[in-house]
Design a protein around this ligand. Sequence first.
Ligand SMILES: N[C@@H](CCC(=O)N[C@@H](CS)C(=O)NCC(=O)O)C(=O)O
Length: 231
Amino acid sequence: MTIRMYDLAGADPAVRFSPYCWRIRMALAHKGLAVETIPWRFTDKSAISFSGQGAVPVIRDGETVLHDSWAIAEYLDAHYADRPKLMDGPQGRALANFARYFAQLVFSPIAFKAVILDLYAAIDESDRDYFRQSREARVGKTLEAFAIGEDEARAQMRPALSPLRALLQEQPFINGDAPAFADYCMLGGFMWARGVSAKKLIAEDDPVYAWRERMLDLFDGLGRKAPAVGA
Ligand SMILES: N[C@@H](CCC(=O)N[C@@H](CS)C(=O)NCC(=O)O)C(=O)O
């Protein structure tokens, strides 16, 4: 049975930009599982109320309903144990957990400032008031005052990504020779930025850029073919 996933969409329903949903899109492809995605908007809380909370990704797999990208990845490995592992054993899990926190706590805060106005422009009209109010309350200033430009974003991103850069000079993927959930957690952040913004957050000669290119090509170009504002 095909898994159904509620997936954050922009004004253009084909543009999907949630970093957490992208983790799971990649994870499902890694496991060779088919998915039907349902475009969802921030204010569409009633559509996912059956999950008991208000954020995506939410998946329905037969009778099973799950939310939270980490919990979904753990479920996929446990329930589809005969398929390629997303997190191979306790060490694979620990590596993926580090990658998710690195993505959330190092990459995302810089990317958020860089893309926030592009993100605001890309979301559906019906989501704009909610997005502005909730995010301005979170960051304590207007979106406009919070935003930074492309040059500033790259200047902040370059040193912040040093550990990732050093790692990717030694191996093709965060997980080693082949990608796994650690890589999908990090890629989610880049797919978020790419989905809504044309800003280039890293230089083309950066090993992180080359990794991102490899990631975009995985699974018959799942990431690269996704409709996006950026390249
Ligand atoms: N920890 C959750 C975070 C999910 C999350 O925050 N999703 C965002 C979209 S990127 C969302 O649905 N936000 C709803 C809102 O802001 O109201 C996960 O890993 O799935």
